[in-house]
Design a protein around this ligand. Structure first.
Ligand code: SAM
Length: 217
């Protein structure tokens, strides 16, 4: 897996673009600048790897748009060392960005071959990932509670079971809505009494969350 000066230059341009689009968190920008997105990108389309756009990967899924990855990471707003669960490993790119943020990262993916492919890249780039195959709409209770949970697929309703897997003060960033093409990005912060405060952060489009608390089994 190579990372040439050309790739690094393309990443610097991408970072400038994200800065102009409102990403202010320097640690997030540094993480985007460090992670070779082309490693997580389909081989035949490497020249598209540093466009600020989502792109199809195998099994009808997508690698998220860099702006979305940066926003979801920025909205977690957690210090280094925080314990974070990502639901929807996909290509592994967002997980790599979370690792670069200095988090203890758990990630869960529904489609086993996607997880295996992502793991081949992630273990070569940063071996500290804890990756699981399963239904992340149910969370990953045995390794919780988490400081943050980021869901990278659209949920039909706020997954209440994920809130129970957060520490008090922990944050869930999740796109929610009945139409995956027209979702609201939400942040829920767990309170001491077990309920959560809710914020709507913007509009979003994602592939649908599958599984027990998703759109389809
Ligand atoms: N974070 C990914 C990346 O950086 O490439 C983008 C992921 S893609 C937009 C959404 C992923 O969520 C897909 O790989 C899909 O298979 C996965 N997914 C959907 N429902 C899931 C579930 N219930 N549990 C775990 N993963 C799920």
């Amino acid at each position: 897996m190579e990372d040439t000066l050309v790739h690094q230059g393309q990443r610097r341009k991408l970072v400038q673009e994200l800065l102009q689009k409102g990403i202010e968190n320097q640690e997030v920008l540094n993480a985007i600048a460090r992670v070779p997105r082309h490693w997580f990108f389909p081989q035949d389309f490497q020249s598209f790897a540093y466009r600020d756009a989502a792109f199809p990967i195998d099994h009808g899924q997508t690698i998220s748009q860099p702006l979305t990855v940066a926003q979801q990471t920025q909205w977690l707003a957690l210090p280094r060392g925080s314990k974070v669960l990502e639901v929807g490993t996909g290509s592994g790119y967002q997980a790599a960005v979370l690792l670069e943020m200095g988090y203890e990262v758990y990630t869960i993916e529904y489609i086993k071959p996607l997880l295996e492919k992502a793991m081949r890249v992630l273990t070569q780039s940063n071996g500290n990932i804890r990756a699981f195959h399963g239904d992340g709409s149910r969370g990953l209770e045995k390794h919780g509670p988490y400081d943050g949970i980021v869901v990278t697929a659209g949920a039909p309703v706020v997954p209440q079971n994920l809130i129970t897997q957060l520490k008090v003060g922990g944050k869930l960033v999740v796109p929610v809505g009945s139409d995956p093409q027209n979702l609201s990005m939400m942040r829920l912060t767990r309170k001491a009494n077990g309920s959560a405060s809710e914020e709507v952060l913007g509009a979003a489009k994602f592939v649908p969350l599958k599984g027990q608390f998703g759109f389809e089994p």
